[in-house]
Write a protein that binds this ligand. Sequence first.
Ligand SMILES: [Zn+2]
Length: 289
Amino acid sequence: MISPVKQPYECNLSAARLHDVAGPARGTLATMKHAIKYIGFGFAVLFGVLAAVLGLTFSGLQAPSNGDELNQVRIVESGTGSTVGIVPIGEREVVLIDAGSDATGAPILAELEQRGLTAEAVKAILFTHGHFDHIAAAGVFPGAQLMALAPEADLIAGLVKPRGPLVRFFSVKPTGFKVTRILKEGESLMLGDTTIKVFAMPGHTAGSAAYLINGILFLGDSADATDKGKLQSGHWIFCDDLDQNEASLRTLADRVVAGGDAVQALAFSHSGMLRDGLAPLSEWIDSHP
Ligand SMILES: [Zn+2]
C-alpha cells in the first residue's frame, strides 16, 4: 500500500499552527522561570534572615551541659541543643524534666541503660512547657505520667499552635501526648523519695513551669545562661510574651526563698548550668527592675 503524500500547503499550515502554539507556550515558560527565580531568591533571603536571627539569638550562650551532674540529677542532651534532666526518685525509678527534641529518646535510653534501667523506669515526665523540642520523646516511656500546668496541656497535645513570633509559623498536629496530672503553682510534689516544687512561669508560654529538685532550679526556656555566667531572660522570637516572661522571673526568687528551700544551681534547657545558687537570678532582677 502506498502512503498518501502530504501536500506542501498542509506542511505550511502545520508549521504555522505550531508557531501559534509555541509562541504563547514559550512566553508562559519564561514567566514561570522568572517566578521560580524570584521565589527562590525570596526563600534564600528569608533563610538568610532566619539564620542570622537564630545565630544572634544563641550567640553568647553557654553550651548545653550534656552529661553534667549535681546531687544525682544528670543533664542529658536529647536532640541538638535540647536537654533533659534525669532525676532518680528511688532504687530503680527516675523522672524526667522534659523529653527533648529527639523523638526516639535514644540519648535518654542510653543513659538509662548505663544504669541498668529501661524505658519502664521512667515514672513521670514533668514538662517545663510544650514546645516541640521539649516533648518529642514523651511517647517512648509507657509507664510515665505526663505532668504540666493546666494552660500547657493543649500545646503538649498538639491541639493549639504556639504563639511566639517565630514558632507560630510551625505547623502543629495532634501528638497523642495527654497530660495525666495537672500541676499547680506552689505545689510540692512527692515522687518516690523526692520532693519537687512547682512554680508557674507564664510568659515563654502560658503554662511554662520551673521545678526545684535536689537543689536545682529547672527554668526551661524562661531563661538561659550566658558564656559569662550570667542569667538572661527568654528569647523574644520563641516567647508568647517576653514582658510576662520577665515578670515571672522577677517574682521567682521571692517565691523560692519563701519556700525555705536552698538552691545550689540553675538549669536551663538550651544552655549550661549555673552553680551559684540564686545569685545569677538575683543579679538579673537587680539589673532589670
Ligand atoms: Zn520553648
